[in-house]
Design a protein around this ligand. Structure first.
Ligand code: ADE
Length: 336
């Protein structure tokens, strides 16, 4: 790694259409108990700058101009150091990282997926060692399960029990797909996804059923995505997020991320569908609602949602391309 040389990585958050929710209790970190099928969001991005630092300074990680507790990043940085050594490189004793998200952080918009993927890609690139995108996806998973998917962009799968996500299709598989992201609440959530996931696993009587059922949702979601059948995919998406939330509502204590505006958006989607529009919603650990529709219908769906939730900030996104490292797309199939 060359001192004083900044590397940049730009990534997009990965929206799970079929949800990852729960970790396997194995020695390795963040091995998912349920598989996920996801799409990268082109209009939301993380931009990360990274450079090596001398040993005595320790890691300096800033997010949105704010210094972060390096403890949160210690496992992934340790794994990156080990990997670089294994590949015959010499890892820097510490790194300086400045990262910015173009969208609210820790608000249920998957900022840790794009954030950790950008960190891993920038670090690997700066280390000048050979690596594949599968290596990057394994390492990113250590920081955040869904970051494994953000390493690829496009459409991805992270199978249950797997160490790394895999690319399914690139962004051109479904160019007319549009994803509306309704932000009801932009502040950080009170309960982190990580804590909510653990609480659901430890205390919800429905958690084992959630995991067992998810296998079927992943298979059906993957099939509908492959055939670009939006109503079929939408039905799977709705089963997946609503069953995921059932484990949160039934946890002890319960976790309730939903706001009245979230419920209003869910009903607005139902009403749009009754009128013949494709408006298929999903939610994550947070109050925000994401809606899949088509290029042709996006105007009408967006106005229906604005009417139902006048205060919401709405992003319109397409499927994202691969991440950029120093401005160049990373190879989509890990064949570097
Ligand atoms: N978590 C959320 N956003 C992040 C970012 N941009 N970098 C690192 N971690 C993050």
């Amino acid at each position: 790694m060359l001192k004083d040389e900044w590397v940049t990585a730009e990534t997009s958050p990965s929206l799970a259409l079929v949800k990852y929710w729960g970790k396997q209790q194995r020695a390795a970190r963040n091995i998912p108990a349920t598989g996920s099928v996801a799409v990268g969001l082109s209009d939301l991005s993380t931009l990360t700058y990274l450079r090596p630092l001398p040993a005595d300074e320790g890691d300096r990680i800033q997010l949105g101009g704010r210094l972060q507790n390096p403890e949160r990043f210690a496992p992934v940085l340790r794994a990156l150091q080990e990997f670089v050594r294994k590949q015959g490189g010499s890892p820097p004793p510490a790194v300086e990282v400045n990262s910015e998200n173009s969208f609210p952080t820790a608000a249920g918009l998957a900022s840790s997926s794009s954030g950790l993927a950008a960190l891993v890609l920038a670090y690997l690139h700066a280390s000048r060692i050979p690596y594949t995108l599968r290596d990057a996806a394994k390492l990113a998973r250590i920081g955040s399960g869904s970051a494994s998917r953000s390493v690829f962009g496009g459409f991805t799968i992270l199978p249950a029990g797997s160490e790394a996500a895999e690319p399914l299709f690139d962004k051109d598989h479904w160019p007319e797909l549009r994803i509306l992201i309704l932000v009801m609440q932009s502040g950080p959530k009170r309960v982190s996804s990580r804590d909510a996931m653990e609480l659901a696993r430890e205390t919800s009587p429905y958690y084992p059923a959630w995991c067992a059922d998810s296998l079927q949702q992943v298979a059906q979601g993957r099939d509908a995505l492959g055939r670009r059948l939006l109503p079929e995919l939408g039905a799977v998406m709705r089963r997946s997020y609503l069953r995921m939330f059932a484990t949160m509502f039934s946890a002890d204590p319960p976790v309730i991320y939903w706001l009245p505006e979230s419920v209003a958006a869910i009903h607005a989607c139902a009403s749009l569908r009754e009128h013949g529009y494709d408006a298929w919603e999903t939610m994550d650990a947070g109050a925000q609602v994401k809606v899949l529709t088509t290029e042709e219908q996006v105007g009408r769906v967006r106005s229906g949602l604005t009417e139902a939730v006048p205060g919401a900030l709405i992003y319109t996104s397409r499927p994202a391309g691969p991440p950029l490292v120093n401005g160049t797309p990373v190879a989509p199939r890990g064949e570097e």
